[in-house]
Design a protein. Structure first.
Length: 391
């Protein structure tokens, strides 16, 4: 009997992975199609490219006796990409905080290059950090797999799928004029399903966690809408609104919905954490005590959820407040009135993000617990029984 159950479980798992593979092929095709679409050229960049190079020599340094840098360096850089690949070009490297880099021989840099016929204008844009970022990302995935084992590998796959969907599919369809809020809800649901599918397969635990996550995201959206209506803060109060308006006129992007769409995406990770943790805990309770009643299971789930909602709400609020630390320091430095600070758009938006996401977390707890109590009720599915073993 146990062998038959194991065989069915393996067949079930294989089918699930095949379906997931088909979905990923579809997403890759969609991403490719979106990447080849024509974009409206807002700034003429014909001949302007960002290329890689290696600093050969510093002809003129800008290092002051006190260790600071003023003005710009004059350096020679050997180009490793672009139409001037292999050539050594003389250029400047500004000492600004946003552009340029303190160059030394052998430093890998990114060069802003404008080529028009035989004329080339180049300047050092920044240190080439691409390989370093890639190394850190790979180290994280390796550590995640080493510590988490098989589940760590699945979590890595889920993370890559999430980044793939958001960056290569969601952002391009917003550019095409699709509603950011509606598409964000769809993206949140799809990302949740695929991530939980990778981690736990198709079972009642993942279904329960998915429903709990989506409910939390929807609640966060509703709270954000109410907050926006009552405070007068909208998607038009964000920074870079002038640039966004220019893009909106050219491509009909729904700029007003970007703020709320970002709130949904930002709250997604915390919602997934809460929903999956509660569902997993309640499944284990059912496996340990198959005769537990729905009411007892609900109470146990709420005890688990109450312990989580405080820390996860703190995490979300602190994350959003942390993004405004520079703004808070400036307000403190200029000794601005608390009335000015609390009513500024930037602080109001940060509060909206933190509170709406926290509302979603807190209210998703009883919803997830209720769904789990109804779905589990002390029963164990084929997948859960085979993976959990006999007790």
């Amino acid at each position: 009997m146990e062998k038959m159950m194991t065989k069915k479980y393996r067949n079930h798992t294989l089918t699930g992975w095949l379906v997931l593979a088909v979905i990923m092929v579809f997403l890759v095709i969609a991403a490719y199609k979106l990447s080849t679409m024509e974009k409206t050229e807002l700034v003429r960049r014909t001949g302007n490219t960002y290329e890689k190079g290696i600093v050969q020599e510093v002809l003129k340094d800008n290092l002051m006796p006190d260790g600071t840098r003023e003005g710009e360096q004059v350096v020679t850089v050997k180009m490793t990409t672009g139409v001037r690949k292999g050539e050594v070009i003389k250029m400047t490297s500004p000492s600004g905080f946003l552009f340029g880099a303190p160059c030394v021989p052998g430093l890998h840099v990114i060069v802003v290059q404008s080529v028009a016929g035989d004329t080339t204008v180049s300047s050092v844009y920044a240190k080439d950090r691409g390989n370093i970022i890639l190394i850190f990302a790979l180290l994280y995935i390796i550590v995640l797999c080493l510590v988490g084992g098989r589940q760590g590998f699945k979590a890595s796959a889920g993370l890559l799928i999430t980044c793939f969907i958001i960056i290569l599919i969601w952002v391009p369809i917003i550019y095409l004029g699709v509603s950011p809020i509606r598409s964000a809800v769809v993206v949140c649901a799809a990302t949740t399903v695929l991530t939980f599918w990778c981690i736990g397969g198709i079972c009642r635990k993942t279904i329960c966690a998915t429903l709990g996550t989506v409910s939390g995201v929807v609640i966060a959206a509703i709270v954000a809408e109410i907050y926006s209506y009552t405070t007068g803060i909208s998607g038009w109060n964000v920074s870079n609104i002038e640039t966004l308006m220019t893009i909106s006129e050219a491509n009909h992007i729904k700029v007003g919905g970007l703020l709320f769409a970002g709130i949904l995406i930002s709250a997604l990770g915390a919602e997934m954490d809460v929903a999956m943790s509660i569902s997993s805990s309640m499944q284990e309770i059912c496996r340990q005590n198959p005769e537990i009643s729905r009411w007892e299971l609900f109470r146990a789930g709420m005890r688990v959820g109450r312990d989580m909602m405080g820390t996860d709400s703190n995490t979300l609020i602190l994350a959003f407040v942390g993004t405004e630390i520079a703004e808070l320091v400036l307000d403190f430095t200029y000794d601005l009135s608390p009335l000015y600070i609390i009513n500024s758009n930037n602080i109001g938006i940060a509060i909206m993000k933190g509170l709406s996401g926290s509302f979603g977390i807190v209210l998703s707890v009883p919803i997830t617990v209720l769904i789990a109590s109804w779905m589990f009720r002390g029963k164990v599915s084929l997948k859960e029984n085979v993976s959990g073993g006999k007790k």
